[in-house]
Design a protein around this ligand. Structure first.
Ligand SMILES: Nc1ncnc2c1ncn2[C@@H]1O[C@H](COP(=O)(O)OP(=O)(O)OP(=O)(O)O)[C@@H](O)[C@H]1O
Length: 682
């Protein structure tokens, strides 16, 4: 700090005492020149009491009764020097400066001491004043001499007193000058001290400001310290956690290192083993190639053998299925279908017994027996699965690249729709030929993928109702969008329906959904002979494209599944109105189909004229290549006897008289259109 160093506390106290000493607060009683000490008026003309006391001394004789005489004048000591103030005075009385100072009040001890000294130094009263005191006897008026003597003594006394006072005054003046000098010094010192004091006050303020600032800083630092301590604490915790984690990581690292070492050892072994395996793989790859080649050869052989078997079985197969009696029919025929016999040792023949009337109307005793031969006969107890066992061979041919067509033909209510589609219930055991064929196709296609084959499928579903084509896969058919059958090109025999929906399908489920949609769109009605009679022919087609890119093989075929509308005898169906019209259209189209088959069997060209139904249904037979396979499932109901006999006599299909017993004609007509050099359809 700048400025003079602070005084010690003792020194400061002394200074303040000095100040109070030097600067009296009350009126000064110093005997200043020109001023007189104030005394009571009564004492002005009286001599000091000391004098009186002194004067009393000589009066003792009065008390003793002696004569009053003037006391001899005692020479007075000179006034005490200022330095002797406070010491034993001439009168022998001693006063401490402290006591004097206390009693002196504001006047200060020196002054009082000086006054005392002055009083002590004053000339002692002479014997005259003593004689003139109250205690002295008054001189007789006549004692003038005595009185003069007393007066002289008094004057002498006063002279001495004046001299003492002058000396005292001189000493006081001297003392005053000294005190004034001291006062100046003290004032200067006081000013100096005040300056220093103000400097110190400023310094104190600065120090206080600095102290406040320092205090704030300290508080901030304390806060920072607390924060830092908390940070340190958290960091310490984090460090401990990190150390723990690090320790664990080191342990894990060591474990991993051990594992890595073990793995490396395993890897070396595996690499060695891999090298061995690579050699083995090479050998296996060669072996695989051989096996694949063998597999392919065996597959081709299988196809060839299958084809041979199918050809041996016949490209056209005719099955007969007799459905069980319905609950409504059981009442009418309590004996069951007794007129039908299925030879147990021959699953290909059906024996029909019929009582015929003679020309004259008399009943014969013995029934006429008709034996019909088919590729397979399914009695009423046959399940859908048993029927499909035969159909599945043809379905496999479709996957192998053969066009396959399966017809269901029969009277109304004979079980065609049941056989082809199955009942409405979703029981898999009663599923019809179409869903089973689709299931087999996709399952076999998946199996063939392992042999390098990939298949693509496209489905369409149409119906022929009253000689017009309808797309069963269209949700809302537009009016005026008539469907027609067209040749794909002039140089091919292949037919197609341009505006038909051809839906690419990739799974069995997708096809089943399409079948449901088609079933909902199909034209059905209740007739006398069937609660839910199909009033149209339906044709479901699945185009199969197979590719074997490894061997550059390609197959293309169409699987057609046809549910023909049931032929009806009007005398039994008693159809009228729309049903009659439908019946006429159905019977007409079936006759046309018979004509087509007959024409094909006779290798005669058929013109695309008239109704559309027969070329549509004949389309599968018109496939130019490869060879096609066809199956005709004759469905028969409870009146199979009359139906069969009526066919024998008046067949609904051209040439069926020969067909039913032997199948030979229909086989020759339907089975080999491609062999005839494209003579199926013009
Ligand atoms: N194999 C069978 N087992 C049990 N019921 C059958 C069998 N075949 C047909 N049915 C029943 O016979 C009735 C007629 O069958 P479906 O409708 O299939 O005959 P349809 O030949 O298609 O007749 P339409 O030509 O009039 O359509 C149906 O109630 C059907 O459930």
């Amino acid at each position: 700090m700048d400025g003079p160093p602070p005084l010690p506390l003792r020194e400061q106290k002394m200074n303040s005492e000095d100040k109070s000493f030097l600067l009296p607060k009350g009126p000064s009683r110093l005997p200043v020149s020109g001023l007189r000490l104030k005394r009571p008026a009564s004492d002005e003309n009286e001599p000091p009491k000391v004098d009186r006391k002194r004067a009393r001394g000589p009066l003792d004789p009065t008390k003793r009764g002696g004569p009053v005489t003037a006391a001899p004048s005692v020479p007075k000591p000179p006034p005490a020097a200022p330095g002797l103030r406070g010491h034993r005075q001439a009168g022998g009385r001693r006063r401490s400066s402290t006591r004097t100072r206390g009693t002196a009040g504001v006047a200060g001890p020196s002054i009082t001491g000086s006054r005392r000294t002055v009083a002590a130094a004053a000339p002692k009263p002479a014997a005259a004043p003593a004689a003139a005191g109250g205690g002295e006897k008054k001189r007789a008026p006549w004692d003038l001499k005595g009185q003069v003597s007393d007066l002289r003594a008094k004057v002498g006394t006063y002279k001495e007193k004046a001299q003492g006072l002058a000396g005292e005054n001189e000493a006081l003046r001297h003392q005053l000058s000294q005190l004034e000098g001291e006062l100046k010094q003290a004032t200067a010192r006081n000013q100096q001290l005040e300056g220093r004091n103000s400097a110190l006050a400023l310094e104190l303020q600065t120090c206080q400001a600095q102290a406040t600032e320092s205090l704030q800083r300290v508080e901030q630092l304390v806060k920072q310290e607390q924060q830092l301590q908390e940070t340190v604490k958290s960091q310490s915790q984090a460090i401990r956690e990190l150390e723990t984690a690090g320790r664990k990581a080191r342990e894990a690292k060591e474990d991993l290192a051990a594992q890595l070492e073990a793995r490396e050892a395993e890897l070396r072994l595996a690499q060695e083993s891999l090298a061995q395996r690579a050699q083995e793989n090479e050998a296996l790859a060669a072996r695989k190639a051989q096996l694949e080649q063998k597999l392919h050869e065996s597959e081709m052989e299988r196809r060839s053998l299958h084809n041979a078997v199918q050809e041996l079985k016949g490209n056209i197969r005719v099955f007969c299925r007799v459905r069980p009696l319905l609950s409504s029919e059981k009442e009418a025929q309590k004996q069951g279908v007794s007129h039908l016999r299925f030879p147990p040792d021959d699953s290909k023949s059906l024996v029909l017994s019929k009582a015929e009337e003679s020309h004259v109307g008399r009943e014969r005793k013995e029934d006429i027996v008709y034996e019909f031969n088919f590729d397979q006969v399914f009695p009423p107890s046959s399940s859908q699965e048993e029927v499909f066992e035969e159909i599945s061979l043809l379905v496999q041919s479709a996957l192998d690249g053969y066009h396959v067509c399966i017809f269901a033909y029969g009277q109304t209510g004979s079980g065609k729709t049941y056989t082809m589609e199955g009942p409405d219930c979703q029981d898999p055991s009663t599923a019809g030929m179409i869903p089973r064929a689709v299931q087999q196709i996709f399952r076999k296609a998946r199996e063939m993928e392992a042999k390098g084959w990939k298949y693509h499928f496209t489905a369409n579903f149409l119906e022929i109702y009253n000689e017009s084509l309808r797309d069963l896969l269209v949700l809302r058919p537009e009016r005026g969008s008539e469907l027609e059958i067209r040749r794909v090109s002039q140089c091919t025999e292949e037919l197609h329906v341009p505006n038909l929906c051809y839906v690419p399908v990739a799974s069995e489920q997708e096809v089943l959904k399409l079948l449901q949609r088609a079933k909902a769109n199909r034209s059905v009605a209740k007739t006398n002979l069937n609660e839910r009679s199909s009033r149209s022919h339906s044709l479901f087609q699945l185009r199969i494209e197979g590719h074997n890119t490894n061997r550059e093989l390609h197959t293309s075929s169409v699987l057609s599944l046809v549910d023909l509308a049931g032929s009806e005898r009007l005398d039994r169906s008693l159809s009228t109105g729309d049903r009659l019209k439908e019946t006429q259209a159905i019977n007409s189209s079936l006759s046309n189909l018979g004509l087509v088959i007959t024409a094909l069997s006779n290798k005669v060209g058929v013109c695309l004229r008239g109704g559309e139904s027969w070329p549509a249904m004949g389309q599968p037979f018109a496939a130019p290549q490869p060879a096609s396979r066809s199956a005709l499932v004759f469905c028969e109901g409870e009146d199979v006897a009359s139906t069969a006999v009526s066919r024998v006599g008046c067949p609904p299909i051209g040439g069926s008289r020969a067909v039913i017993p032997s199948n030979s004609t229909i086989r020759s007509g339907m089975g080999q259109p491609h062999d005839a050099g494209g003579t199926g359809l013009p």
